[in-house]
Design a binder for this molecule. Structure first.
Ligand code: AQP
Length: 333
């Protein structure tokens, strides 16, 4: 049986990358599987947000998820801190994961930057908490963008080592990443070699789910390109990451493949193509933005939904944590 878990950090406005790489797939999966979707506010603490900004971003992300079509009744939707089982299990995983494993994590290297001595230890052990988020529910499948693949491999290693070290075969499932869709790695609008990211200092580098139609059109118009026309086939993207990124976004938004999109728009000038891309982005995102703004008029209702979701989440993880404590030899009375 599939049980799906996935999370998203309230570190700012959600981007088109979060949407195409993750959220859109969450919406599809909810019709077939039991899904647990989490706004991972404790992960966001690794980069030290202002309390008021964190609170606001948590509500915004919850509203965005619902506006994108995640049903909070059908799925378990909550913010991470409402279920302390995640952080408890993360501590046990701190004692399972090896320094060497975490030292290899590219996201830590990127986010810590040059001054690694000054990065929080939370940022370093972030992948252990992520493994705990998933395994507290014995989730089997995790829909994510390409950038999270390495963290999921670490979650698999933790599950395998835990099962081996305590001789509890199949105690934790070996999780499967689900990297789905055409746009599994959406790149920055300013640099086709950098990931589109909600914490990029330049707002022009991304499309936010809160951007209005004019802003979306302006950002796409100003997106970096090169002097050539669009290629007519995929091979023509060689050395042209910006062209590849924009066409990939276009294909994902119009529900087609990159090959099919190129059959349609290949050879066009960027100016004409950008207009089409902006129209597609606005058509897709503006109903989401409108619904999100409507939901945000009643923040108390969002909080109520998250609290309810937290209760349901705790009910699912409690038996797992009980088993874990017994397995580890902790006296629980
Ligand atoms: N550019 C992207 N393309 C495809 N998928 C992406 N995701 C993020 N960026 C892209 C996917 O969105 C989900 C939630 O991501 P996250 O909030 O856990 O953090 P992240 O991966 O670190 O994303 P950001 O937007 O870059 O956030 P910050 O700037 O805070 O680090 C994940 O499934 C991710 O793969």
């Amino acid at each position: 049986l599939h049980r799906i878990f996935s999370g998203i950090q309230p570190t700012g406005n959600l981007t088109l990358g979060n949407y195409l790489g993750a959220i859109r797939n969450w919406v599809t999966l909810q019709h077939e599987f039991e899904c647990i979707y989490c706004v991972v506010d404790q992960h966001a603490l690794t980069v030290g947000p202002e309390p008021s900004a964190l609170r606001e971003a948590t509500r915004q992300v919850a509203a965005a998820l619902i506006a994108c079509g995640i049903d909070p009744q059908k799925n378990v939707l909550f913010n991470q801190s409402q279920n302390p089982d995640h952080t408890e299990l993360a501590w046990y995983f701190n004692c399972v994961a090896r320094m060497g494993w975490l030292n290899r994590m590219t996201q830590f290297k990127e986010k810590a930057g040059k001054n690694r001595e000054n990065a929080s230890t939370g940022l370093f052990v972030y992948p252990n908490l992520m493994a705990a988020d998933i395994l507290a529910y014995r989730a089997t499948h995790v829909p994510v963008g390409e950038d999270q693949k390495q963290h999921l491999e670490l979650a698999r290693d933790i599950a395998i080592k835990f099962n081996n070290d305590w001789k509890v075969e199949d105690f934790f499932p070996v999780v499967e990443p689900q990297i789905l869709g055409e746009a599994t790695r959406v790149m920055s609008l300013r640099d086709g070699t950098a990931k589109m990211s909600k914490s990029d200092p330049s707002d022009m580098s991304r499309i936010n789910l809160t951007d209005d139609a004019d802003t979306i059109a302006k950002k796409i118009k100003k997106a970096k390109t090169d002097p050539e026309n669009l290629p007519t086939e995929k091979a023509g993207f060689e050395g042209r990451p910006e062209a590849q990124n924009l066409v990939t976004i276009y294909a994902a938004l119009t529900g087609t493949t990159v090959d099919q999109a190129l059959a349609d728009i290949g050879g066009s000038q960027f100016g004409a193509f950008k207009q089409k891309l902006a129209d597609a982005a606005v058509a897709h995102l503006s109903p989401i933005t409108t619904e999100m703004n409507r939901l945000l008029e009643d923040r108390a209702e969002i909080d109520r939904l998250l609290v309810k979701g937290g209760e349901r989440a705790r009910a699912l993880s409690a038996p797992v944590l009980k088993d874990v404590r017994e397995t580890l030899g902790l006296v629980t009375g």
